[in-house]
Design a protein. Structure first.
Lengths: 318, 124
């Protein structure tokens, strides 16, 4: 099982500006002052091992789209945010003109989670099959409405792919090509759903756009059961805790700290911070990651929890 | 978890001992809100003496956030003091140090929130 992150930002896509790139470069040059690199490889090795992640990378900009790869011909993904555009490019390149079958599981239909579909290349290829799974009654309506004037020039009926909408129910496991997928209702404006994917003994939980009410022990235990023993939990960590429970309470999102606590309760193995706040720059996001890792160290029980931050292009093999 | 309170002029010092988490936060919130009400009625302050607090979870931090909001709405002051190193680090990690005034000692906290309370503290 492989998880590939095509879009990791929340709410709206972001991009580095020219000033951001120049600033990263200037900081890297200052840190490398006095060093001599005789080749690109030497410079690359230095950048990879010595410089902070936020100088050498970016957490990226596309809104949510996460691919889950299992053996077989078909594709699987969670959400169709703007990350769906490069995901589509990847599919077209891999398929080499052969139509694909793509299965999508939608957390909800807020704009940042569907905005990539109009530019999802495979949707325009005749013979492609796209199955869009979700628990919302408005699922098909939302996709069709996005593909209509005056918002977009290509009407739904003009798409080449055969597109099917599959209604799922929270708590009811759904089996597709040997993978069991269980939706879980989450607290978010208009509701959202997380998904637990189980395949050949490996478990991935995708849980974004989900607020957690800390005083509600029963709710925490339900989520711990949903995350139980997961190999990977992709978690909405949009804010720092103080922000999540003060000025941004009831905005439908969570924090890095609550992610660590729930994963510890569930004995999950790897937490990936996801749905990054668009106002946060790379240094701030790296700071939130370091804080989550330190909190995990301080509160660790009998099992260590690995903590990472998602970025566009990240691949995790399970 | 144990909670005890002392009065110094118009300030309430609430000493918290043990672990503040999902199991203890509801009862603690009730005590804390009463102290905020008392302090607000006298135009005073609440100082949380955390020298005996061993651990605080996100649910525990939420109690502090609720108290902070209530204090603000009632024009009372609230501060925390004497945090053990682990709790101090959790305050920083969760960015609560940006929400609360944090002081090394109860005396310094009282000095910052009420001159009368600090004087009463010094008298013993």
């Amino acid at each position: 099982m492989r998880v590939r992150f095509w879009g990791t930002r929340g709410s709206i896509p972001v991009a580095l500006t020219a000033a951001d790139v120049r600033d990263k470069l200037a900081q890297a040059l200052v840190q490398a002052s006095g060093k001599v690199f005789n080749s690109y490889e030497e410079a690359h090795a230095y950048a990879s091992s010595e410089l902070d992640f936020n100088l050498t990378h970016t957490f990226g900009g596309h809104t949510p789209c996460v691919e889950i790869e299992i053996p077989g011909e078909e594709y699987y993904a969670c959400d169709l945010g703007s990350g769906a555009r490069p995901f589509g490019v990847h599919i077209l390149a891999k398929q080499a003109r052969k139509p694909a079958t793509i299965n999508v599981f939608m957390s909800h239909v807020h704009w940042d989670h569907i905005m990539g579909f109009p530019l999802f290349g495979p949707a325009y290829v005749s013979g492609t099959k796209i199955r869009i799974h979700g628990c919302h009654e408005v699922l098909e309506h939302a996709f069709r409405k996005q593909h209509s004037a005056p918002c977009f020039p290509v009407e739904w009926e003009q798409l080449g792919a055969s597109i099917e909408f599959v209604k799922l129910e929270a708590g009811k496991p759904f089996v597709i090509n040997g993978m069991t997928v269980t939706p879980h209702l989450q607290l978010h404006g208009g509701d959202s759903y997380g998904y637990r994917f189980e395949h050949e003994g490996k478990v991935v939980v995708y849980t974004t756009d989900s607020e957690h009410k800390l005083e509600d022990r029963a709710e925490a235990e339900k989520f711990a059961a949903f995350f139980r023993d997961a190999d990977l939990v992709i978690f909405d960590a949009m804010y720092a805790l103080a922000e999540a429970i003060s000025v941004k309470a009831d905005w439908g999102h969570s924090s890095n700290i609550v992610g660590v606590e729930l994963c510890q309760m569930a004995h999950a193995k790897h937490l990936v911070l996801f749905h990054h706040e668009p106002a946060n720059n790379d240094a701030t996001l790296e700071g939130l990651l370091k804080e989550a890792r330190r909190f995990e160290e301080l509160t660790r029980g009998d099992q260590a929890l690995k903590v990472s931050a998602a970025y566009d292009g990240l691949e995790i093999d399970l | 978890m144990n909670v005890s309170s002392r009065r110094f002029a118009n300030a309430v010092v609430l000493r918290v001992e043990g672990r503040l988490d999902q199991d203890t936060c509801v009862a603690f919130t009730t005590d804390l809100m009463k102290s905020v009400d008392t302090a607000a009625a006298e135009g005073g302050a609440v100082v949380l003496d955390l020298s005996g607090l061993e651990y605080i979870s996100s649910a525990g931090l939420r109690c502090f956030m609720l108290a902070s909001r209530q204090a603000k709405s009632q024009h009372a002051k609230i501060a925390v003091a004497a945090l053990q190193p682990m709790v101090a680090e959790i305050f920083q990690i969760s960015h609560f140090n940006l929400v609360f005034q944090v002081f090394p000692t109860v005396r310094e906290a009282l000095g910052a929130v009420s001159a009368d309370a600090a004087a009463a503290f010094d008298k013993g």
